[in-house]
Design a protein around this ligand. Structure first.
Ligand SMILES: O=P(O)(O)OC[C@H]1O[C@H](OP(=O)(O)OP(=O)(O)O)[C@H](O)[C@@H]1O
Ligand SMILES: O=c1cc[nH]c(=O)[nH]1
Ligand SMILES: [Mg+2]
Length: 215
C-alpha cells in the first residue's frame, strides 16, 4: 500500500530504499554498528511519511525578492515517544529530521514466558495532550508492548497518536488496531507470522540485542 496524505490505519512504507536497507538489517551477519546506522537511515524515511499530514499555516516572510506567505508547521512541536530500549534506534534518526521535537520515554521489556510487557520507566512531557505524538518501536510482534504504551500515553492525556515501527506481524497490527483504532500504524513491512516464542518471522531477530550487541 502506498503512503498518501489521507490518514489510514496501516501505512506500509514500501519505498525501494527502505526495503533495501531493511533487507540488510534482516541479514544475521550484519554487525551491530551497521544495523544501528541502517535503522537510523530508515527512520528518516519513516519520519517523512508519518509527518505528511501535520497541520500547516502560513507566515509572512521576505525573500530577497519579495514578500510571501510562507507555509510553516502549525501548533505546538510534536512529541516522539521511544519504547525502550530498541525504540531509541528510531528516535535518534527522527530527531535529525525533527530536531525541536519533545521526547518521551517508556521503559518496557517483554516477559519471555508470558509475552506481557513489564514497565520500568515512564516520563513524557506534561502537555502531551496538546501535541501530536509519534510512538516509536522497531518491532510490533504480539502488539502487547505497543498497545500498553499507547494506553499509558492516552491516560497521560495524549489525543493524537501515531505509531512508527520498522517491522510488524499481522498479529500485532490486529491487536493495536483493535485496542486503538484511532492510531495509524506506519511500518516498512508486515511479515508472515509469529513463531512459538513470539518472534516475527522472517523478521530480524531481537532488535534490542542486535542494536546493542547484548546477545
Ligand atoms: O509486540 P510485542 O510482542 O510486545 O514485542 C515487541 C517488543 O519486544 C521488543 O522489546 P524487548 O522486550 O525485547 O525489549 P528491549 O527493547 O529492551 O530489547 C521490541 O522492541 C518491542 O518493544
Ligand atoms: O521478532 C521480535 C519480536 C519481539 N521483539 C523483537 O525484538 N523481535
Ligand atoms: Mg529486545
Amino acid at each position: 500500500m502506498a503512503a498518501s496524505s489521507t490518514p489510514k490505519t496501516l501505512v506500509v512504507v514500501d519505498h525501494p530504499l527502505v526495503l533495501h536497507k531493511l533487507s540488510l538489517m534482516r541479514d544475521k551477519n550484519t554487525p551491530s554498528a551497521v544495523f544501528r546506522q541502517l535503522l537510523r537511515e530508515i527512520s528518516l524515511l519513516l519520519a517523512y511519511e508519518v509527518t505528511r499530514d501535520l497541520p500547516m499555516t502560513t507566515q509572512k516572510i521576505e525573500t530577497p525578492l519579495t514578500e510571501m506567505d510562507a507555509p510553516i508547521l502549525k501548533g505546538k512541536k510534536l512529541v516522539i515517544v521511544s519504547i525502550l530500549r530498541a525504540g531509541n534506534g528510531l528516535l535518534e534518526g527522527m530527531l535529525d529530521l525533527l530536531p525541536s521535537a519533545r521526547i518521551g520515554h517508556i521503559g518496557l521489556y517483554r516477559d519471555p514466558v508470558t509475552l506481557k510487557p513489564v514497565e520500568y520507566y515512564f516520563k513524557v512531557p506534561s502537555d502531551i495532550g496538546e501535541r501530536p505524538v509519534i510512538v516509536v518501536d522497531p518491532m510490533l510482534a504480539t502488539g502487547n508492548s505497543t498497545a500498553y504504551a499507547i494506553q499509558k500515553l492516552k491516560d497521560a492525556g495524549a489525543r493524537d497518536v501515531r505509531l512508527v515501527c520498522l517491522l510488524a506481524a499481522p498479529e500485532g497490527v490486529k491487536r493495536v488496531t483493535a485496542d486503538h483504532p484511532d492510531v495509524p500504524i506506519y511500518t516498512a513491512a508486515v511479515d508472515s507470522h509469529l513463531n512459538d516464542h513470539g518472534y516475527i518471522v522472517p523478521g530480524l531477530g531481537d532488535a534490542g540485542d542486535r542494536m546493542f550487541g547484548t546477545k
